[in-house]
Write a protein that binds this ligand. Structure first.
Ligand SMILES: C[S@@+](CC[C@H](N)C(=O)[O-])C[C@H]1O[C@@H](n2cnc3c(N)ncnc32)[C@H](O)[C@@H]1O
Length: 220
């Protein structure tokens, strides 16, 4: 699409090591351009339709910004497994877990591409993360097979709109570049992988088509 070299995994780790301590603050700055991040996070977690006691896996959990919402959904009798490639991001997540006294969170330092999902899980979510992994299609396939019947995969991320607004793509690329996003990643259509492996699926466009929630449900 555009000559903008894709960031390597080592570069992703370097970048997030530098950003980890201020990540929560900088992520919130998207509010300044009218991006209703928290409303979208809440919608994504609601789309999982978790039940109390469920185990949910978050791929690319970062500092654990979604954990309070996931905790509300699964309760103390449930489990959250947060997987991330960057040690420094998981350190921030670990502090959040300790500060909140949560004893039902496992943090796993792993590349999503090599992570083995436990069988029969109650939901998988990834927000603003899995698009960074070139192997996203295999990860979605593997996760889909690990879901318990009737359970869901949900992805929240940026994309390009199909209409004239796509001409604003360089602006979006500029705004998301500090988080490792490259315009070339716009060719990564994760919602198509969700559709491929989970026939009961749905794509919800947000923010003028610049963001989306894709949800897919495993058949019974
Ligand atoms: C923009 S942050 C999003 C963090 C969190 N999901 C959120 O919504 O705030 C992207 C995260 O994805 C992680 N990440 C990038 N590539 C990954 C990969 N291949 N496997 C696992 N995590 C990855 C990064 O380390 C970083 O913590």
């Amino acid at each position: 699409m555009i000559d903008d070299p894709i960031i390597t995994k080592d570069e992703v780790v370097d970048l997030y090591r530098k950003r980890a301590r201020r990540y929560d603050f900088t992520a919130n700055l998207y509010y300044l351009i009218g991006f209703r991040e928290w409303a979208y996070r809440r919608r994504a977690v609601e789309a999982l339709r978790l039940r109390r006691g469920d185990t949910v896996v978050e791929i690319g959990c970062g500092t654990g910004l979604n954990f309070p919402l996931l905790q509300e959904a699964v309760g103390p009798e449930g489990r959250i497994i947060g997987v991330d490639l960057t040690d420094a991001m998981l350190e921030q997540a670990r502090s959040r877990v300790a500060e909140n006294g949560w004893s039902n969170v496992d943090l796993v330092l792993s590349d999503a591409a090599s992570y083995h999902f436990p069988a029969g899980i109650g939901g998988i979510i990834s927000t603003f993360a899995l698009t960074l992994a070139p192997e996203y299609d295999q990860v979605i396939a593997r996760g889909s097979r690990a879901l318990a019947p009737g359970k869901r995969w949900v992805i929240l991320d940026f994309k390009l709109p199909a209409n004239w607004l796509a001409s604003l793509a360089p602006l979006l690329a500029f705004l998301t570049r500090p988080f490792g996003v490259r315009l070339e990643m716009a060719d990564r259509h994760l919602w198509e992988s969700i559709e491929r492996y989970l026939p009961n699926s749905r794509l919800i466009e947000l923010y003028g088509g610049f963001a989306y929630i894709a949800e897919g449900k495993r058949g019974a």
